[in-house]
Design a protein around this ligand. Structure first.
Ligand SMILES: *Cc1c(COP(=O)(O)O)cnc(C)c1O
Length: 464
């Protein structure tokens, strides 16, 4: 059975089910598996997606859930997706593929992990006869995916923080039009990084964390990273079984591309892992300079990547350091206090040998959306465009390039219109979000403001 340890080394090792519920470790770290399993040799491109995904993920969850129950949950998760291949591949040119991950209910790749996470959480809570409040920060897509995965589940209350005015209309409406008694939407006067800091602060407040029974579905939750490994395996097997492939991944919080890296560690033959950023390019800067440096978030056409502090990078730092939890904690403390910190050069060498980073600004994004439309007749969203252009720039000939398509273009219709002149209608599965009434409160970026919305489970003491 694989257990999970914290990147900061001061929290107990947990089984999958407990790490799932905890989200963030009690020492502020992120959970990582203590062992990486080998991909099962029975994996095959012809398997239905849910069967492949069950096989890939099983070693990570074994011991916390029965195999049949898990397999049924995974099957149920991916029948919600509207394409028969679930994560279909489209050939765009010689050795160039698009893996489109936008066929879930909220039109972005985050449904892959969150639809499963909702079911896993429900199962775990039922087993323990517990209830939780899921609190999450979103740059747009996690929030809607989480709300759609968790709405109306009896044992879960969900509170989602989004940066006011910095998510697209469709993104906001996909969150705020869900009329379920267990859903609270908060528009925070600040950036996504402020929202993420508030969530971390809520978890860091031991009393609040306990009394509100907080759980996390942000990409700090290991289960999300795990769920995403499956589509990398599926894509690689279908494009070039037995051969190396390269992936380009539109990146913000580093969760998606980290899943590809774990798939590689499980034995998937990956040549290049290309980290594609918009102008908020903290990862590309780390790769170039060897230093973590904080800069202001600049709003872009690809808002789900408008992030300057990529929380999942901590997992990579931990792995690249060979498990040096104290070193990771020290680095992050220096970064927090001064806004800049040099990464150990040996860690950096390992990271550079595994990842390549590139960036694309908004003008380049529009040009790429237009190019793809004119050359292939395909509309792509601005995030995918960043992955496509950076991938094509950094890709070395000899292996197929697979670009991960992270959202449906209809989710970012304004950018599509600007780039191509085309009006993309929302697909039917999105429902009539543009007409339904919205429900959300605007709050300042303070923990006290958030606290007022968290249902507290014990009123035996009235400490605050
Ligand atoms: C979340 C998101 C990203 C960034 O993914 P990370 O896992 O945070 O790196 C890219 N594109 C879209 C459409 C997203 O929703």
């Amino acid at each position: 059975m694989i257990t999970y340890r914290s990147t900061r080394g001061r929290a107990p090792e947990l089984a999958f089910g407990d790490a799932l519920l905890a989200g963030l470790a009690s020492d502020g770290g992120l959970y990582v598996p203590t062992q990486i399993p080998e991909l099962d040799p029975s994996l095959d491109a012809a398997m239905p997606y849910h069967e492949l995904a069950t096989t890939v993920m099983w070693p990570f969850v074994e011991g916390s859930i029965e195999r049949d129950r898990f397999a049924a949950m995974v099957e149920d998760t991916y029948t919600v997706f509207s394409h028969p291949d679930v994560a279909p591949l489209f050939e765009l040119g010689a050795d160039e593929w698009l893996c489109d991950l936008s066929y879930g209910p909220t039109l972005a790749f985050k449904d892959f992990a969150l639809q499963l996470l909702g079911r896993l959480l429900d199962h775990q809570l039922e087993q323990l006869d517990q209830r939780v409040t899921v609190i999450g920060a979103t740059s747009g897509d996690t929030g809607s995916a989480a709300i759609h995965a968790l709405a109306n589940r009896d044992r879960i209350h969900v509170v989602i923080l989004h940066p006011e005015g910095r998510v697209s209309d469709v993104q906001r409406r996909q969150m705020t039009t869900v009329d379920a008694p267990n859903v609270t939407n908060l528009a925070v006067q600040g950036t996504f990084d402020d929202c993420q800091d508030l969530v971390k602060a809520a978890f860091g407040d031991e009393d609040l964390r306990r009394r509100a029974a907080l759980a996390a579905v942000n990409s700090i939750n290991w289960a999300r990273v795990m769920a995403q490994t499956a589509y990398y395996v599926s894509a690689a097997l279908r494009v070039a079984p037995g051969r190396r492939v390269s992936f380009s991944v539109p990146t913000g919080n580093f969760g998606n591309v980290l899943s590809a890296w774990y798939a590689k560690r499980m034995g998937l033959p990956i040549e290049q892992l290309i980290v594609a950023s918009n102008r908020n390019d903290v990862l590309t800067r780390v790769m170039e300079t060897g230093s973590l440096t904080a800069e202001e978030v600049i709003p872009s056409l690809s808002p789900s990547m408008d992030i300057q502090i990529s929380s999942n990078f901590e997992r990579l730092l931990f792995e690249a350091s060979g498990g040096d939890a104290a070193g990771v904690e020290d680095l992050l403390a220096r970064f927090r206090s001064t806004g800049a910190a040099r990464v150990d050069s040996a860690w950096m060498a390992r990271i550079r040998s595994e990842f390549e980073g590139g960036r694309l600004d908004d003008d380049g994004t529009l040009v790429e959306m237009k190019r793809v439309y004119h050359e292939h007749g395909t509309l792509i969203d601005p995030h995918t465009a960043v992955g496509m252009a950076v991938g094509r720039e950094l890709h070395r000939a000899g292996t197929p390039l697979i670009v991960m398509g992270t959202a449906d273009p209809a989710k970012f219709a304004d950018a599509v219109k600007e780039a191509t002149g085309e009006v993309v209608p929302l697909p039917e599965r999105a429902g009539n979000v543009m007409e339904l009434p919205e429900r959300f409160d605007v709050i300042p970026a303070s923990l006290d403001a958030v606290r007022a919305y968290l249902p507290l489970q014990s009123d035996t003491d009235d400490g605050d």
